[in-house]
Design a protein around this ligand. Structure first.
Ligand code: 5GP
Ligand code: MN
Length: 346
């Protein structure tokens, strides 16, 4: 397995690394000097974007700041019961009228899908490779397992106590962005933060059930349909999944029901990577990829103008599925071959 990339001081609350310390201080100062904040994250939010934003929101509340949260898309349904999710306004354009905008989980401002932020004082907190450093203050740490880990460090620097609400959202961010502690980038610091979250009252069983065992019957049907139409290529090392609106309708599902489904094929020992094609009615295909160990799907995403992480990446491509698929499969096959060369033994 990957060794941790930095030394983590497990004996105190100080889990921030020295490389990020200056950026954390800058963010702390920028927050302390301002009063009105708008928080945002990427379109089609996931657990890390929801968790990072709401942990930050509750921390800013504790400091007596004014907080608005604006996202381009609503949270997936199984997150609606988490504290504060109803505070997230949905809009694709805003007139901020705030002192600062904190953008979490976005390598580029356009990832927010929210227009009107360009001229604001931007605080950029992110862990996606290729972050464009678009903020007035930037903290980019690719080694963080979740953006929520970074938000945790900022909250500590602000001396805000880890309330149950904050701890819940930090844990949610980490639980989901590590794919339930499966992906790379999990370090002692990941568990140290989770330890503190649990100590603050988070119930890991309830969190896991709430996030992963809250499927509708429709989603179970969709799992069946997806796996039924799954193709195996590259000697069974690559799983290919397809989905379109017709399949969703037949199962009584929406796009919000699709989170996490991409991980299912990885439970088969032989399968090293998954590519999931979501075909939209226009001439556009949304592509999500997941992989094991050193199979680097971000490299594939980068070739098609997307991004993400080594084990989870995505992009959107113009064209018909039949036209774009062979090129994508070819790149995935190459990534698998490259990744298997350095495959760890246990
Ligand atoms: P998902 O497959 O869940 O949509 O995305 C997996 C990961 O890849 C996420 O970390 C996400 O931020 C990143 N990602 C997905 N689509 C894109 C994209 O179009 N552009 C960039 N830069 N990153 C993406
Ligand atoms: Mn993330």
């Amino acid at each position: 397995m990957n060794p941790p990339r930095e030394t983590t001081d497990l004996t105190t609350d100080r889990v921030a690394r020295s490389a990020g310390a200056a950026a954390i201080e800058q963010i702390r100062d920028a927050i302390q000097q301002r009063q009105r904040f708008l928080l945002t994250s990427h379109a089609r939010p996931d657990g890390d974007s929801i968790g990072s934003q709401l942990a930050m929101a509750f921390a800013l509340d504790a400091l007596g700041k004014q907080v608005r949260i604006v996202n381009a898309d609503p949270a997936p349904e199984h997150y609606l019961e988490f504290p504060g999710v109803n505070r997230i306004a949905i809009a694709t354009r805003v007139e901020p009228d705030v002192d600062a905008v904190i953008v979490m989980e976005c390598s580029d401002l356009s990832r927010t899908g929210v227009a009107g932020l360009e001229r604001e004082f931007l605080i950029n907190i992110d862990h996606h490779a290729g972050n464009r450093m678009y903020g007035a203050v930037n903290w980019f740490d690719e080694s963080a397992a979740a953006c929520g880990e970074m938000v945790f460090d900022v909250i500590k620097a602000l001396h805000v106590p880890l309330t149950l609400e904050i701890a819940t959202h930090i844990y949610l961010a980490i639980l989901t962005d590590t794919g339930s502690f499966h992906h790379s980038n999990i370090t002692p610091r990941t568990f140290e933060i989770c330890r503190q979250a649990v100590q603050a009252g988070v119930n890991p069983t309830a969190m896991a059930r709430g996030v992963f065992d809250s499927n509708s019957f429709g989603k179970l049907k969709l799992i069946g349909a997806l796996l039924d139409s799954m193709e195996l290529v590259d000697h069974g090392r690559l799983a290919v999944l397809y989905m379109d609106d017709q399949m969703l309708d037949a199962c009584g599902c929406t796009h919000n029901d699709t989170e996490g489904l991409i991980n299912l094929p990885l439970t088969a020992r032989e399968i090293q990577a998954v590519v999931f094609f979501k075909v939209a009615p226009g001439a556009e295909v949304r592509v999500s990829m997941r992989s094991k160990y050193d199979v680097d799907v971000r490299v594939v995403a980068n070739k098609f103008g997307g991004g993400g992480h080594k084990n989870a990446a995505g992009f959107t491509v113009q064209g018909r599925l039949d036209d774009v698929k062979p090129r994508i499969i070819e790149q995935m096959t190459r990534a698998i071959a490259d990744g298997l060369e350095t495959r760890p033994t246990a």
